[in-house]
Each structure stands twice: as C-alpha cells, then as structure tokens.
Design a protein around this ligand. Structure first.
Ligand SMILES: [Zn+2]
Length: 149
C-alpha cells in the first residue's frame, strides 16, 4: 500500500488496510490530535454533543474545586498565552461585527477575578507556604506596597 503524509506530524506512514481513509499515523500524539479535531468538529455541529460536553465539564469542575485556579498558579505562562489569544479572538470578533464585546467572555467559569482594589504602584510578591493555607490548591502570595504611584 502507498505511503501517506500524516495530517498532524507530516511524516509519511502506511495506512492500515482496515482503514484505507486513515489520515493520521499511529503515533499516540497524532492519535490524540485526531481525537481533538474530531471532538472540535462534533462540538461545532452537534448541539446534543456540545450540551453533554458542557454538562460533563461542569460536573467535573464541581468534583474538583480549585483545580483550574491551582493549574493557573502552576502555569502562569499559559495564563498569559491564553489571555493574549483571547484578546486576539476578541479583536477579530470586533472587526467582524463592530459592536461592544460581551461583559463576560471567559472560557472558564472558574476564572478568578480580583474583587478588591489595589493602588497603582510597584509590589513585591512573596510566596507564603505552610499551615496557614486553608486550601492546598490555593496560590497565595503576600503583596507588600514598595512604592506608591
Ligand atoms: Zn503523525
């Protein structure tokens, strides 16, 4: 059988005889990508699948409170990347339809918002560890005012 180029890694592979339409090689990363694309397409076209997905995600989050908050604390670079990409999507949406963006456009309902006001200035972030943490998932820092605006 002829070789084909994988839709994910772009390497050549032999399609399995059982699946002549195979577009992804058998590497696990490529199979995960295949599943991701299938799910994305399914969510976009099947309202029942999307509703079920939303419901399952909501239940998972309620069984794992604080997971995403802790995840964002562990991966600040991903928080920045996600925010930049969301800004890009917001900008593209504004260009497409010139109207004000919705007030809430966060993909994750668990996203925290600052409910207090901080003066403009330079702050030193000091990690706090130990038994004073009520929730081990929490990312707690002490903010000390170094200079005012
Ligand atoms: Zn591949």
């Amino acid at each position: 059988m002829e070789k084909r180029r994988c839709a994910a890694c772009r390497k050549l592979f032999h399609p399995r005889p059982q699946s002549p339409e195979q577009k992804f090689c058998s590497a696990s990363e490529c199979q995960r990508e295949r599943k991701r694309r299938w799910q994305r397409a399914r969510r976009a076209t099947d309202p029942d699948y999307r509703d079920n997905d939303v419901q399952a995600n909501r239940q998972w989050r309620s069984r794992h409170p604080g997971y995403w908050r802790a995840y964002r604390c562990r991966h600040p670079e991903l928080v920045i990347r996600n925010r930049d990409k969301q800004r890009e999507r917001d900008r593209a949406r504004r260009l497409k339809a010139p109207q004000p963006p919705p007030t809430s456009h966060l993909a994750n309902e668990d996203a925290s918002t600052l409910s207090f006001f901080l003066e403009t200035g330079t702050y030193r972030m000091i990690p706090v560890t130990g038994e004073d943490l009520a929730n081990e998932d929490a990312c707690l820092v002490k903010i000390a005012l170094v200079s005012g605006g």
